[in-house]
Design a protein around this ligand. Structure first.
Ligand code: AMP
Length: 440
């Protein structure tokens, strides 16, 4: 084997059990939340037509797609996000499904990003989309659901950075600046290149008044949502669409705040997102000490129409599972122990292997996570290995006890053991376990 094959491809990772468990903990929490809020899962392919994925993704991500020709000569790509695939479904096979339609997806995505902390070429997202409603309730639900997920995985000190793209678009629309140029301005803002964005507005024909207003808008930010939206409203005077956008943002925030959603907000009028399809409220998740977003979302009311599915407003969020896991690591939050028993069945010698095998099967049927000592080691060596691996109970199968239909049950942590009959073995293991079982 060439030595190059001993490493993963750049930007790709092997996830060892501990890392995989952390990601799956977040995924499982995200899945439970989907059920709780009425989002049904759809599974879409990793490989899609390039044309579908590139339609509205935004220049930055478009350049970073894994694109190739399949053996049938089709130009295809690995999905860099879920929204295009889910929108395709809603525009086609799910077109006649009554609205509102709440859909959930989870899985791996691919972007040829420059590998660095929290940036990989294969990463995982959970994704929630609500189709059919343009009401602020829908936006508020997506934000509330996001805050709920963060709370359930025990993330601390997070805040949601928020804006409404309709404010800036309202100003640029009135100046007759085309949507494609507006998108370019947004992309520059996404990269925090404020001056370049202003230059582009000027080049696109923006008047002095327009430039002054955009400059003033880009300066507006803060935690006090009433105060900041008031400043936004002042700048948007004279731009009816912009004013409408501020009003919409206020309604969404008021719903969220009044319903007791636990999250801090930071409004920033110059904040944009890389994906082009947003038409309304947008937001991203941040924690102190990490300057990358842990997830993002917003409203996109025109995408389904673009895919030929009629006018279907939509709002969604995509929490990034890898980055949430990194944030939990940084905050030294360990996923809650499930309090599950883990049993190791040890035959004292080769003659007891068949019995030990049978007892393992029986315990698994009773729902207990059970391994068998598969290395033929002595009882003492198997026990010290069990200690190291966090096994809670050892079942030692020897001929003397078996003749009476019994085995030795050892509680690993308490270093206590007793002889118990096979009939009561599974109940004893369940009862002996002092840890609380988390059924949440
Ligand atoms: P986006 O689809 O660009 O809005 O991204 C949504 C979330 O996906 C981000 O906030 C990240 O958590 C995650 N994400 C995006 N790109 C990457 C990447 N290259 N590596 C890891 N996570 C990513």
């Amino acid at each position: 084997m060439s030595s190059a094959f001993r490493r993963t491809v750049r930007g790709m990772r092997d996830l060892l059990p501990e890392e995989a468990e952390k990601l799956r903990f977040i995924e499982e929490t995200a899945r439970k939340l989907a059920r709780l809020y009425g989002y049904r899962e759809v599974i879409t392919p990793v490989v899609e037509h390039y044309g579908l994925l590139s339609a509205k993704i935004g220049e930055e991500t478009r350049k970073r797609m894994y694109v190739f020709e399949d053996l049938g000569g089709r130009k295809v790509a690995l999905r860099p996000e879920f929204t295009a695939s889910v929108a395709r479904l809603v525009a086609t096979r799910m077109r006649s499904v009554p609205k509102p339609l709440r859909l959930f997806s989870v899985g791996s995505l691919y972007r040829y990003d420059e590998p660095q902390f929290g940036r990989y070429r294969e990463f995982w997202q959970s994704n929630y989309e609500l189709f059919g409603s343009s009401k602020p309730e829908a936006d508020a639900e997506i934000v509330a659901l996001t805050a709920d997920l963060l709370k359930r995985i025990n993330l601390r000190d997070y805040h949601l950075k928020m804006n409404h793209v309709g404010i800036l678009r309202g100003i640029l629309d009135k100046e007759g600046i085309a949507e494609t140029q507006q998108n370019d301005v947004m992309q520059l803002l996404d990269k925090k290149r404020w001056e370049d964005a202003l230059k582009l507005v000027q080049e696109a024909g923006g008047s002095k008044r327009c430039l002054d207003n955009v400059r003033a808008l880009l300066d507006i930010r803060g935690k006090d949502t009433d105060e900041v939206t008031e400043e936004m409203r002042e700048v948007a005077q004279g731009y009816p669409e912009g004013l409408e956008a501020v009003k919409n943002l206020r309604e969404i925030l008021s719903l969220i705040e009044k319903s007791g959603v636990e999250s801090d907000f930071f409004l920033e009028a110059g904040f944009a997102r890389g994906l082009e399809y947003y038409t309304g409220m947008i937001f991203e998740i941040f924690v102190p000490g990490m300057d990358i977003a842990l997830g993002g979302g917003g409203r996109y009311d025109k995408l389904i129409e673009l895919f030929g599915g009629g006018i279907v407003p939509a709002v969604g969020v995509a929490p990034g599972i890898d980055r949430l896991s990194l944030a939990l690591d940084k905050q030294e939050t360990v996923p809650q122990k499930t309090g599950e028993e883990r049993v190791l069945v040890i035959p004292v010698d080769d003659d007891m292997v068949v019995e030990a095998f049978g007892i393992s099967s029986f315990l698994r049927k009773k729902g207990l996570c059970t391994e068998i000592e598969a290395m033929g080691r002595s009882v003492s060596r198997a026990l010290s290995d069990a200690d190291r691996r966090g096994i809670t109970h050892a079942v030692i199968v020897g001929p003397r006890e078996m003749r009476q239909g019994k085995v030795v049950l050892r509680e690993m942590e308490k270093r206590r053991q007793e002889t118990v009959s096979l009939e009561e073995l599974h109940e004893k293991i369940g009862r002996n376990n002092g840890q609380q079982i988390n059924t949440g």
